[in-house]
Write a protein that binds this ligand. Structure first.
Ligand SMILES: [Fe+2]
Ligand SMILES: [Fe+2]
Length: 279
């Protein structure tokens, strides 16, 4: 399949028959950048499980308001539409995968927590946006495996049999990686440029033209979360930190140690989000 057809296939993900209708409706709402806040909150409130997920998430260490947000409307006002749209996309798409990709969901939540810790340490603007980019950075893996389940399974098997990173195995099977697929879907859903670019370059932060700091933050989060073994990112290896990320973020070993310590404290709480309500 050539890249154009592949992209078109991936962009039509919301029409997959395996996606439940409530999710299809939600994706339609998320995909519209001009949707009024009230419509989004109505959509969330119509589904009690989703409501409790969203409230759990906004009160988690991923965002900066532990235990202080009690309503969906308040979350929308405090976090902004883009952050809530990103969070909903993450929650709903991972939900569609049910238990098959719970390891990846955990990895993604871990990255969101870690990205926030780094963003705060570096005094970056908009830590919530960076955090949501980290939450969605591997969304391309979900999209590829939803759309091409058999082929993606093979790619995952190759990581073990041939000792490949998941993005190498994807490249062999699809000629693109989850970073490309994720950026396509983020674009299709009209997400802001910083989010699209961060997803696209989270494995190659030095290629990011406008948002290298964001891309490097997510890159570093990804590797630290893999290194401590929180969740499962698709293969069992820990890739090296891209040298440009050290430079872009001006990191040294002692800052990394501090970040790892804070991660330990926050990740346990984040794990709570993984518990599916009413189970
Ligand atoms: Fe990735
Ligand atoms: Fe990742």
């Amino acid at each position: 399949m050539d890249a154009v057809t592949l992209r078109e296939e991936i962009e039509r993900i919301d029409t997959l028959p395996t996606i439940p209708s409530i999710l299809q409706k939600l994706l339609k709402v998320i995909g519209n950048p001009k949707v009024p806040l009230s419509e989004i909150s109505d959509c969330i409130l119509g589904d009690p499980a989703l409501t409790s997920r969203v409230l759990k998430m906004v009160n988690s260490p991923i965002y900066g308001f532990p235990g202080r947000i009690s309503s969906v409307t308040q979350a929308l006002i405090l976090l902004g539409l883009n952050v809530v749209r990103g969070m909903l996309l993450g929650v709903s798409v991972f939900e569609a995968m049910e238990k098959a990709m719970v390891g990846l969901w955990k990895h993604s939540l871990g990255c969101a927590v870690t990205a926030r810790i780094i963003a705060k340490k570096k005094n970056l603007r908009e830590p919530e946006e960076i955090s949501v980019a980290a939450l969605l950075h591997d969304i391309g893996k979900v999209v590829l495996s939803l759309k091409f389940p058999k082929e993606y399974k093979k790619a995952r098997a190759d990581t073990e049999q041939q000792g490949l990173f998941i993005f190498e195995a994807e490249k062999n099977h699809f000629n693109i990686t989850h970073a490309d697929a994720g950026a396509w879907i983020a674009q299709r859903w009209n997400f802001p440029k910083n989010l699209i670019e961060t997803i696209k370059y989270h494995h190659k932060p030095h290629l990011s033209k406008y948002f290298p700091v964001e891309a490097a933050t997510v890159h570093l989060s990804d590797i630290l979360v893999r290194a401590i073994g929180f969740g499962f990112a698709g293969d069992n290896f820990v890739p090296p930190i891209n040298p440009s990320a050290w430079e872009i973020l001006k990191m040294n070993n002692s800052t990394i140690k501090e970040i790892l310590k804070e991660m330990e404290e926050s990740l346990e709480e984040a794990e709570d989000i993984l518990v599916i309500p009413n189970e």
